[in-house]
Design a protein around this ligand. Structure first.
Ligand SMILES: [Fe+2]
Length: 162
């Protein structure tokens, strides 16, 4: 776990600390939280969870901006740099990125480059999921009274896939 997480932290530091110090502070706080909750996910997922937390906002780095949609820009860069593919997918989809992607006219691009998976729900329904489900579930289990910053998007719920 240490190698992947250490690399992720140093990459994020390099890309964010000097040009975007407030973003770097935010990322440090998120990574600390991910580390605290990592015991709630299977051991084989822990390094990916924490490394993803370190890297989730690298797309804001002036060095990486391409489309201006930080989730996609960061994920594309991580893929080009041959980071773990799950990390790239988690970065691509963090914070319900597909909603913002649609608003920016990049929904099809995000879906094509980083497809969301489909699963069968408890009642037999087919559901789109993305790679943040395990993380958000873990957060919900650990701190059920802590909202996961969905407030700003709650009024867009009617747009969730059926
Ligand atoms: Fe963030």
């Amino acid at each position: 776990m240490a190698d992947l997480v250490d690399t992720a932290r140093e990459v994020a530091r390099h890309l964010l600390e000097t040009p975007l110090p407030r973003r770097w502070s935010h990322v440090q706080a998120i990574a600390a939280k991910a580390d605290r909750i990592s015991a709630a996910v299977p051991i084989e997922d822990r390094a990916v969870l924490v490394a993803s937390a370190w890297l989730h906002d690298v797309g804001y780095s002036p060095d990486l901006v391409d489309t201006g949609f930080h989730s996609l820009d960061g994920a594309r860069w991580l893929r080009r740099e041959r980071f773990n593919e799950r990390i790239a997918a988690l970065v691509a989809h963090h914070s319900c990125a597909w909603l913002e992607a649609e608003e920016r006219g990049l929904g099809d691009v995000l879906a094509a480059e980083f497809p969301r998976e489909e699963r069968v729900g408890r009642h037999g329904q087919r559901e789109k999921i993305n790679n943040r489900i395990a993380v958000s579930s873990a957060l919900t289990r650990i701190e059920p009274r802590q909202p996961i910053r969905f407030e700003k998007k709650r009024n867009m719920r009617h747009r969730l896939p059926r």
